[in-house]
Design a protein. Structure first.
Length: 248
């Protein structure tokens, strides 16, 4: 399986090229680095025209949540399948230029769920349900080395995707943070101590670590507490240090 290591700012062009030829793409990366936020940004910023994102967390699903439930058709006395409402219908897809079906935590789903997703990704159909032509598939998950709950992806399923490994980069995060109203004190602190943006170590037994996501939590706490630049410096520092040590 070929996996390309890519900075966050270069992930979008690769995704757009893959989706242009309707090639499913899988984004690998450590927890908390903003994989799902990046995909949502493609939709929110109009990169795919008038589009909709459907976020399905496969780790929380059962196989029937993808395949649907069987029922007896009394007209011909055969078993048929009712498709799940989370998957886009043709009528819904017709309202948009593109629909992004985001299969998050795909490799954290048990093998039975991955088997159900296999047919959806490879054949663009599952049971009696068929994906509309303008539905684009993006998947994401943590790497096996991240010590999260993961299952090895079946080789035929892995082979269907274009794989990229998203890396954390301070300059990319800083640009994103300024565009998304992250508290200036968080940006200022991390500009001074760039290494504190992300310190995840899969070999460590610590239950907490700093990630771009946890620094967003810090920003939200500072905004909620109403601190300004002239007051509350000690309190702000305490919050930042606490989340630096314990937040995620």
């Amino acid at each position: 399986m070929e996996t390309l290591n890519v900075r966050a700012k270069n992930v979008k062009p690769i995704i757009l090229r893959a989706l242009k030829v309707n090639r499913p793409i899988f984004i690998w990366g450590a927890p908390g680095i903003g994989k799902s936020e990046l995909v949502q940004g493609l939709v929110d910023q109009g990169e795919l025209g008038n589009s909709l994102m459907i976020d399905m967390r496969l780790a929380l699903l059962e196989p029937t949540d993808l395949r649907g439930y069987p029922f007896r058709n009394p007209e011909n006395n055969t078993m048929e399948w009712s498709p799940p409402s989370d998957l886009p219908s043709q009528d819904l897809a017709d309202e948009y230029d593109n629909v992004v079906l985001f299969l998050d935590e795909l490799n954290s789903a048990p093998p039975s769920v991955q088997a159900a997703a296999y047919q959806l990704v490879l054949n663009r159909r599952i049971g009696q349900y068929k994906l509309p032509d303008n539905v684009k598939i993006i998947a994401a998950g943590n790497r096996e080395t991240d010590r999260g709950v993961t299952y090895r992806m079946p080789a035929p399923l892995a082979n269907r995707f274009r794989h990229i490994n998203m890396e954390v980069n301070f300059e990319d995060w800083s640009q994103w943070a300024m565009q998304n109203s992250v508290h200036p004190d968080v940006i200022g602190y991390l500009s001074f101590s760039k290494g504190d943006l992300f310190d995840f170590d899969p070999k460590s037994s610590s239950q907490s670590f700093a990630t771009p996501r946890s620094w967003t939590f810090v920003s939200e706490m500072l905004e909620a507490d109403g601190f300004d630049n002239a007051e509350g410096f000690e309190q702000k520092a305490e919050i930042a240090c606490y989340w630096r040590r314990n937040g995620n």
